[in-house]
Design a protein around this ligand. Sequence first.
Ligand code: GZL
Length: 369
Amino acid sequence: MKLRKITALFSALVIAVGLTACAGTTTETTTAEGTTQATTATEATAAETTKGSGLITVGFAQVGHESDWRTASTNSVKAALSKDNGFDLQFVDCDNDSAAQLEAVRNFIEQDVDYIVIDPIVATGWDTVLTEAKDAGIPVIVLDRTIDDSDKYVAWIGSEFTNEGLAAGAWLQAYAELKGIKELNILVIEGTTGASAQIGRTDGFKKIADANGWNILDSQSGEFTQDGGQAVMESYCKSYEGKFNVVVCQNDNEAFGAEDAMDAAGVTYGVKGDVILISFDSTKAGLTELLAGNFNSDFQCNPLQGPSLADLLNKLVAGETVDTKQFMPETWYVNEPDLKSITYTNVIDKSVTEDLVVVTQDMIDNAQY
Ligand code: GZL
């Protein structure tokens, strides 16, 4: 059995025990001039809390349960918004179904919850229901993925996905130069079509691919799932046999599926293989594959947003000003020590140099998801 499958089993047992993990959050507000530490006023006013229960009622419409990352996100929010912490959490798993997610939000409005939290499956189609929430006087907070066609929400906590894609491209450029790889023929397994994570990672990586004249042979959605990643990679192995030397998976679960497909097709990958394998999320199972040399790099996307969400809600209840944008701290993990950092131009046109971290067993043992 693959190392990661054993680890995944262990991790599932550990999570089942109900470990709660709280990662710190770097609070930054990105402005046209750059990233600054700032507290930004918000229009939101403190909602009456409790509805008589003494608890803050929060309706959370979660994407689904498609990946290890999503499980960690759900566990982080449930642990932080517990009754002991003063919350009555109404949780809905929307199973990657946008219609179900809109219905869940409308039900929260009907229930007259104090706050609504949304992790939007896709980035568009939100303005109508957010207008309904605003008209009902219910503040909305967006978590993780972004809403790109409406600003009717109080705050957002998550990651800069385009930067994640740019970082992966910048690493591949430096890695190829270091290894003397002149020609890059790339296959991409995208996340859920229309999700801001899929859009950002695709756009960011493609910007660097285009600048370097790399050949992206194909780019199809694996829905952020292991089955999806395996199905797409099986098709790729047939259509592009012997023609590719890089696979980019937009999350670890797709990469696990891609590994299984390449194993079956006799394609070698990772540090000692013919194909460079790049992933995102940096879950415990993903970092285990990275340490084993099956992945070449893994770009973290931090799901542990629960504590920051609870802090934000408590500030809103108290009528305090809050940060309207909070970015999660993230690390770019690699297997080999040769490259120490990467430099690229980020989404606000700033040249940034960011460290690369060589994964260790100790990091995996202490990983929080
Ligand atoms: C990204 C998040 C993505 C993860 C996937 O912030 O929305 O969705 O990268 C998850 O693992 O399914």
